[in-house]
Structures are given as C-alpha cells and as structure tokens.
Design a protein around this ligand. Structure first.
Ligand code: ATP
Ligand code: MG
Length: 173
C-alpha cells in the first residue's frame, strides 16, 4: 500500500452525518471545498505513512485500548488559517475522549510512534482550502453519540470520490 496515510478517527453514522449536513445548509456561504459527506470525521491520532509490518502493532494497540462510550456536542465553529479549514467542534472535550486519545498514544509508543507534542484539538473539518470566515453561531448543537473508533486511510482520490477509507472498527464499551 504505497502512498497511503493512516489515522485513527471517529466516524459519524448516517444520522450524525445528516445533522452535520443540515448545519452546513444553514451556515454561511464558504469559499472552499466541502468534504464529501462520507469523509466527515474527527481525527484522534494521525499515523502517516507506514511500513507494512507496523500495521499488526497498530491493530494490537487499538485492541488494547479500553475506551468508554461518550457523547459529543458539536456546538461551535471556527477557522484555522494555516491548514485553511473551517471546522465544527465541541467546546469542551469529554473526559473519555481525552482518555481514548491518550490511551492510543501510549499504546502506539510501543509501535515506535512519537507522541504528538501539540495539544489535541478535536474538530470535524467541514471545508478544506477555505477562505477565512468569521465563526458562526449554531442554532443548536449537533449531538454525536460515539460508540466506536476506526482506523482509516487517506488516498488521493479522483474528484467527487471519498478521500478516506475505513479499514477497521473497534467498539467502545
Ligand atoms: P491532504 O493532506 O491530501 O490535503 P488530508 O489532510 O485530508 O488531505 P491526511 O493528511 O492524510 O489527509 O490527513 C488525514 C487526517 O489526519 C485529517 O483529518 C487530517 O486533518 C489529520 N492530520 C493530518 N496530518 C496531521 C498531523 N500532523 N497531526 C494531526 N492530524 C493530522
Ligand atoms: Mg493533510
């Protein structure tokens, strides 16, 4: 699998995806590229490109993490100028989400992954390559009951195709 980047993420089910699309439809016009609905996700840990043999270690790491279910309230929007993305995010990060990310990082250290130094900032990208916008107020937050996490890969897709593929899923208790 050449040129394939891997990452752990939360992937919304159809209902949550619909809620996010609804938010988009009532949000402001944004000059940028909207994510394909199937591509909406929240990255947990980015792994990048890896050697084939590491995959077994990564799967083992995911297996070893004992995460709990939790509920996300995606309640505010924003813009980051460096990656040029418009996002929606929870104002407060639920404790089980922090534990899930920390747990994954701890396990992944055993596979040779350097832990990310930056603080984890959970968000769902809505637009890529976007021009600066002023964050907008949501009429009501989108609730997301999180029951699993996934390992996903990003490929370089043809236009209008999904950028990402879910490779494996792990349930939360
Ligand atoms: P592209 O880089 O081709 O424009 P992309 O950013 O969507 O597309 P990836 O770079 O493979 O694809 O990233 C996959 C996911 O991991 C995205 O959610 C991205 O925001 C996140 N990500 C990428 N690089 C990092 C990083 N260094 N640290 C944390 N998250 C990252
Ligand atoms: Mg990228």
């Amino acid at each position: 699998m050449p040129d394939q980047r891997l990452f752990f993420a939360l992937w919304p089910e159809a209902e949550v995806r619909e809620a996010l699309l609804q938010q988009l439809s009532v949000g402001p016009q944004v000059k940028g590229r909207r994510h394909n609905p199937n591509d909406l996700h929240m990255t947990l840990v980015f792994l990048g490109q890896l050697q084939g043999r590491k995959l077994a270690c990564i799967e083992q790491a995911a297996e070893s993490v004992s995460g709990q279910r939790f509920e996300l309230s995606l309640d505010h929007t924003g813009y980051w100028p460096r990656p040029k993305i418009v996002w929606i995010a929870p104002q407060s990060t639920p404790e089980p989400l922090i534990q899930l990310v920390d747990g994954l990082k701890q396990q992944l250290a055993g596979c040779g992954f350097e832990p990310e130094r930056r603080t984890y900032r959970p968000h769902v990208t809505l637009y890529r390559k976007a021009q600066r916008i002023t964050p907008w107020q949501l009429a009501k937050p989108s609730q997301w009951p999180v029951k699993e996490f996934v390992l996903a890969s990003s490929n370089n897709p043809a236009p209008n195709q999904s950028r990402y593929k879910i490779l494996q899923r792990w349930p939360l208790a």
